[in-house]
Structure formats: structure tokens, C-alpha cells
Design a protein around this ligand. Sequence first.
Ligand SMILES: Nc1ncnc2c1ncn2[C@@H]1O[C@H](COP(=O)(O)OP(=O)(O)OP(=O)(O)O)[C@@H](O)[C@H]1O
Ligand SMILES: [Mg+2]
Length: 264
Amino acid sequence: MDNILEVRDLNISLLENNSTIVKDVSFDVGRGKVLGIIGESGSGKTLTCKAMLKLLNEKVFGVRGKVKLNGADILNMDDKQSRAFIGKDISMIMQNPMTAFDPMMKVGNHIVETLKAHTSLSKKQAYAVGMRVLEKMNLQRVAEIMNSYPHTLSGGMLQRVMIAIALMLKPRVIVADEATTALDVKNQAIILDEFQKMRDSGIGLLVVTHDFGVIGKVADEVLVMKGGEIIERGTVHQIFYNPRTEYTKELLEARFLVDEVNYA
Ligand SMILES: Nc1ncnc2c1ncn2[C@@H]1O[C@H](COP(=O)(O)OP(=O)(O)OP(=O)(O)O)[C@@H](O)[C@H]1O
Ligand SMILES: [Mg+2]
């Protein structure tokens, strides 16, 4: 198996009381494959994602395990080494765009700084690339957006800006935490289409969502998390049509209470 990402025995604890929040999480993402993660609120999905990109505050959380990107364990590298990979080879689309941006930094600056940190583009070139990637996300008046502070944009716009930033360096792995939840149907379709193109080009995707419609459209395999552990895993077909645990059955049934999405 041609794995691009291998997570092994990821454990996350809360340092203040030494309690375990995420326990022994292991999974692989293959080249051009999409792994979905589902599970109730508070089951540890976001913490798992953030730990992989070393985004958790070390004073609050203890993180153990391995996160191998193309064979290199980024979790156990020193920060100086891992900075070269994180944001470039692995990037994350955050669940809450409003809190993911530095409020004092204009969108354009944010994009230019990210590009300059990982490429040899000039400021002018980086600006041009920024405009192009925003247009790809179906954003209009991109020059205006580049010149805006994050809080002046709507949640859906900011979400697409964040997706553009996560995709623009053509990472090997993208972690998408509820990336399409804040979007209307049309923009959700545009983003899912971008995901599809990404995987066609060999990128691996980890897609965290409550939306079974999204899972059904894009995922190859699915992990089900509960209380910080993976309690079930399988192909999309297995999970949807032949769930083994009561918990997964309940999750599947609950979705009909929320919407009538055709996931097949
Ligand atoms: N800063 C923190 N301090 C203490 N506990 C935390 C902190 N952040 C998260 N937790 C706890 O860790 C658990 C997992 O949180 P996480 O955000 O990963 O859930 P999630 O599965 O992403 O939920 P959702 O579907 O609502 O996004 C939760 O029970 C939460 O209470
Ligand atoms: Mg979350």
C-alpha cells in the first residue's frame, strides 16, 4: 500500500489532570485516497487533526505517537525541522475560520506570507498566485478580499479563503475539518470538486464531517470515533450498509433527523 500518511498510536492527554482525551488512534491515508472521520461532538476528531499538525498548545496537551508523512515522523521532529513540512506538505482547513486567522492581518498578507515562507516567489508573484487561488474557490472581487481583514468577510467566504490557502501549496495531505459545513450547496459542490481534483493528482485527504452526504461523495474509507477512540472502521459501503456497532447505526439513523441527503 502506497501510504502518504501513517498515524500510529496517537494519544492526547490533558496535562492539568493527566486525563486521556484521544487514545491509541492509528490510521493510514493512501496516495489519492480519502479517509473520512465521523463521530459525535466531543469525540476527539478536531484534537486528532490538530495534533497531527502540531497545533495543540504544549502547555495544555501531551501528545504521543507517530505521524509519518511520506515516512518522516513529523510529530517527533524538532519544531525547526517540522516547520518545513507543516503548512506545505500537510495543511489543514480549520473548523472555525473566524478564529483561525490573525485578526490584525489582511487576507492578502496572510496568503503572501504563507507563500513566501515555503516558496521562492517574490511578493508580487505571491500576490498574483493568491488572486488566482481565491478565484478558483468561486470568490468574486478577489482584489478586494485580498485587501480585507478576516472579520469583515462572511463565514462562508472566509472558509473558502482558508481552503484556498490550504490547497495553494499543493500539499501531499490535506486535513479538512468540517471544511464544507459553513457553505451553501453550490459552494460545497465547488469545494468537493476541488477535493476530487486534488485526489486525482495523488493528494491524500482526511475529511472530518458530520455530513454523511459529504462522506458518501468523497470518502473511500471511514473511521468512526467515540470518546477519543476509533470504535469502527471500514469502506464507505461497509459503514453505510453494514455497520457493526450500535453507535454507528445510531449515527446513521440520526442523520435522517437532520436532513434527507441522498448519500448513496
Ligand atoms: N482546550 C481544551 N481543554 C480541555 N479539554 C478540551 C479542550 N479542547 C477540547 N477538549 C475536550 O476534548 C474533547 C474532544 O474535542 P474535539 O474538539 O476534538 O471534538 P470534536 O470531535 O472535534 O467535536 P465537534 O464535532 O464538536 O467538532 C472534548 O470532549 C473537549 O471537551
Ligand atoms: Mg471538531
